[in-house]
Design a binder for this molecule. Structure first.
Ligand code: SF4
Length: 384
């Protein structure tokens, strides 16, 4: 069943430098604009206040939220606490880049109420980090983890990227081993997706770098996960592993389990009370409009029954626990196996899906590699 409490997402669109593969909503950091932006965010949160609505996660995403001063993080957490019924044990995550993580800043974030850090490490090989245009080194990533532990954080997540230009399977596994060595509580393994006009494409052409063939990428994914299994992590989603049970990302689970969330800040998306909308993308327009007391949300629409079901299937199947068939029947009045079973049968036969009749439908690890193929079964099929 979906979680009852909502999540709160705060978008921080500033970066110290722009990475050559990045397609997120972000821009170069500017001190003055950042201050005005935080003021606007606080105003936006307060004017959307619903003090009776329970919330139990806050996620500072970006961009680079670790460019915020701890006093700004504190103001934002307080605004959320005073505007919603924030649970005392809420998960409060801040995405941080290793190079902006000093001892004083991390201590300040901890004191401000942040209890989970997600470090964008991407690789533990300096050569790869340079290739991606990242500002930190592997040593800086290790230091950041050490400083975070010293500051009191007992919930640390590290991101690694797989399928980098010029990355060989052994290179990838070197990063996985290094990650295991620093003992995080959670890790996300992302496939680098290179969008059509990404600057990294020119550099790849100049330097003659290519990405590993598909078979190697599959092997990298599987062997990386096997090493994480042996180190005691539990894979709970296609790209995510955690210390068993207690360290799953509660905020992200809302996206995968039909939860609700409110997004604040430029480009943030919200899904709440059967509706979905987004906030305007431009940082300066966002600041300006909030200052005028004007609306900043666009594309507001009600989610139809079929769209909600399709999304529940796409997102839920990403989880290692898979789809809870009884819960789907109750929420969406549909028997998934009656509806899609004929098309899904061949994936069960091929060892890509596990079906426990009336209970569960889940991808196997081999199935996770071909998740997009399996999920095509759910696309655009009217529910009978
Ligand atoms: S730090 Fe993150 S958000 Fe900023 S440019 Fe690099 S990848 Fe994009």
């Amino acid at each position: 069943m979906p979680p009852d409490a909502i999540g709160i997402y705060l978008h921080i669109p500033f970066c110290a430098a722009i990475c050559n593969y990045c397609n997120f909503n972000r821009g170069l950091h500017d001190d003055g604009l950042r201050r005005r932006y935080v003021d606007a965010l606080v105003t936006d949160i307060r004017r959307s206040a619903e003090p009776a609505v329970a919330a139990d996660t806050i996620f500072f995403g970006g961009g680079t939220p670790s460019l915020l001063d701890p006093s700004e993080v504190e103001r934002l957490v307080t605004a959320c606490r005073e505007s919603f019924d924030l649970a005392p044990d809420s998960e409060i995550t801040l995405e941080a880049n290793p190079e902006s993580a000093s001892a004083a800043t991390l201590d300040g974030y901890f004191a401000a109420g942040v209890n989970r850090l997600s470090f964008g490490v991407q690789s533990f090989r300096d050569e790869e980090l340079k290739r991606l245009g990242r500002l930190h080194s592997a040593a800086a990533a290790r230091d950041a983890v050490r400083l975070a532990r010293q500051a009191g954080f007992d919930n640390l997540s590290l991101d690694l990227m797989l399928w980098l230009p010029g990355q060989r399977p052994a290179d990838w596994l070197e990063s996985v081993d290094a990650l295991i060595e620093v003992e995080p509580d959670h890790a996300s393994l992302y496939l680098l997706e290179i969008y059509p006009n990404a600057p990294i494409k020119d550099e790849m052409a100049r330097a003659g770098w290519s990405v590993a063939p598909d078979d190697d990428a599959a092997e990298m994914y599987l062997e990386g996960l096997a090493r994480l299994d042996r180190a005691g992590f539990e894979q709970y989603e296609i790209s995510n592993v955690a210390r068993p049970r207690t360290r799953r990302a509660r905020h992200n689970l809302k996206y995968w389990q039909e939860g609700q969330w409110l997004g604040f800040g430029c480009g943030a998306h919200s899904t709440y009370r059967g509706e979905r909308w987004r906030t305007i993308s431009s940082t300066t327009d966002y600041v300006g409009r909030i200052g005028e007391g004007a609306e900043v949300t666009v594309d507001r629409r009600a989610l139809g029954a079929e769209e909600r079901l399709e999304e529940a299937l796409f997102m839920g199947l990403r989880l290692a626990d898979g789809l809870d068939l009884e819960s789907l029947r109750l929420r969406h009045s549909v028997d998934i196996w009656t509806q899609y079973g004929r098309d899904l049968e061949r994936y069960v036969g091929a060892g890509l899906l596990v079906h426990e009749p009336g209970r569960r439908l889940a991808l196997t690890r081999a199935g996770m590699l071909l998740a997009n193929d399996v999920m095509t079964v759910f696309i655009g099929r009217p529910v009978r």
